[in-house]
Design a protein around this ligand. Structure first.
Ligand code: ADP
Length: 423
């Protein structure tokens, strides 16, 4: 009897275990189907004999189908929006309730090139600006905020943007998203900074000789009756030197501002290079007589002429040759060269065998008022504007200019020019 009971209980337990295992498997399949968003097949889900199972499967399948349709609809809507907004010049950004980016048009990707694929990233990873993230949050919450400017640090880059936004309902209507129109102000702000720095530098450069002149004049006014003739002459010479310097700075500033204006006034004509450089070499051999500089010319006499403004190019090579004489010791060698590099371009160079320029300073020497040796430049009447004038003239010819330190020591300034000017 007991043995029979035990046998019955064992069978019942086995059946129960079998049912539980099937139910477990059915539940696992159900969970997996929901996770993957794929409807359940009937054979997957016998449900271990539960009577409510078919209804549950049907309801789940319906939910999955609705969800898939909604997702597809949302993808279609975003694709449509992306197609519409993609080519707008204004940058457009849409973020969801958790700050995930759902739309970032091309202009926005141009502002933040470090993040190539902005979609599906969190905004915080791209735009590291507490104030902008607060603005996003407040906009999404429905606050009406005016257009605002933000400074954004993106690794080594600094951006300035102006944003305005509005809350929008999410495609499923269940949450609040936000849409922003963003203008990139970076180049504008950088230009303003360059202008500000320039005004500050120019004022400083002008003030230095002016204060010296003022100081000497005051001394002369107060003491001219008692002052020796010798001192007076010395004072007047200093005043003359500093007013010459003032004039050079103002002249160079005027040249630069004309070159940067809408009408730089270049007159292009055919320019024969061999006589052009021969004339320069003769003049600088003459000028260098007192310092024993050797001027060497490497310009093939058969070089075809180029289209250029001869007067402005003279200004370029005057600046380069004056520098080569100023910044190298007595007896140094200065080489002037020109050669055809391609059918459309020529390369001219002024090389010296002086000390060259420290590598870290090299990228800056074409900037306005940049000097490597401040004292030496001032002493020799330099304004710090010469190479920047050179760069402007070369660029107005459609060319490029750069500086390199030479292997054996000394500086090479290379000027690449097109043979003809595009009209
Ligand atoms: P500056 O009027 O001071 O000569 P430039 O713009 O012509 O101004 O040159 C900028 C700086 O570059 C100079 O102050 C000088 O320090 C450096 N430089 C220019 N040419 C040479 C050269 N050939 N060798 C060494 N340093 C040079």
């Amino acid at each position: 009897m007991t043995a029979l009971l035990i046998a019955v209980l064992a069978v019942a337990l086995a059946v129960l275990l079998w049912v539980l295992r099937r139910q477990n498997r059915a539940l696992r399949n159900l969970r997996e189907a929901v996770r993957r968003g794929q409807p359940l097949l009937r054979e997957d889900v016998s449900g271990g004999g539960l009577t409510a199972w078919p209804a549950l499967v049907e309801a789940t399948n319906r939910l999955i189908a609705d969800n898939t349709a909604l997702r597809q609809q949302r993808t279609d809507q975003l694709a449509q929006l992306e197609a519409t907004l993609g080519n707008l010049r204004e940058a457009v950004l849409i973020v969801d309730e958790a700050n995930y980016i759902h739309l970032a048009n091309r202009s926005l990707r141009d502002i933040f090139p470090a993040a190539r694929n902005l979609v599906n990233l969190r905004l915080e990873l791209i735009v590291r600006s507490g104030p902008f993230l607060d603005y996003v949050r407040a906009t999404r919450a429905g606050q009406e905020l005016p257009r605002e400017e933000f400074e954004i640090i993106d690794g080594p880059h600094q951006h300035w943007i102006e944003a305005s936004g509005a809350p929008i309902p999410s495609p499923d209507g269940k949450s609040q998203w936000a849409l922003f129109v963003i203008h990139d102000l970076t180049s504008q702000r950088k230009l303003e900074r360059v202008r500000r720095d320039f005004v500050a530098n120019a004022s400083h450069e002008l003030r230095t000789p002016l204060s010296i002149i003022k100081g000497y004049i005051e001394t002369l006014v107060d003491g001219h009756e008692t002052m020796s003739l010798e001192d007076r002459a010395k004072f007047l010479k200093t005043i003359q030197r500093h007013s010459d310097r003032l004039k050079s700075i103002i002249d160079d500033l005027l040249v630069l501002s004309r070159l940067e204006s809408a009408t730089p006034g270049l007159q292009f004509a055919s320019l024969a290079l061999a006589p052009f450089f021969q004339g320069l070499a003769d003049e600088y051999r003459h000028r260098a007589a007192g310092t024993d500089h050797e001027i060497v010319l490497h310009v093939p006499s058969e070089m075809a002429p180029i289209e250029a403004d001869g007067e402005k190019l003279t200004q370029v090579f005057d600046n380069l040759l004056e520098n080569a004489l100023k910044y190298t010791p007595r007896g140094s060698r200065v080489e002037i060269g020109a050669l055809a590099v391609t059918a459309d371009e020529i390369e001219c160079s002024v090389l010296d065998n002086g000390a060259g320029i420290p590598a870290e300073e090299l990228p800056h020497i074409f900037e306005r008022f940049f000097r490597v040796e401040k004292g030496r430049s001032r002493e020799t009447g330099g304004t710090g504007l010469g190479l920047s004038i050179v760069k402007h003239i070369v660029q107005l010819h459609g060319g490029r200019v750069w500086a390199e330190n030479r292997e054996g020591g000394g500086l090479a300034i290379i000027v690449r020019l097109p043979r003809s000017q595009k009209t």
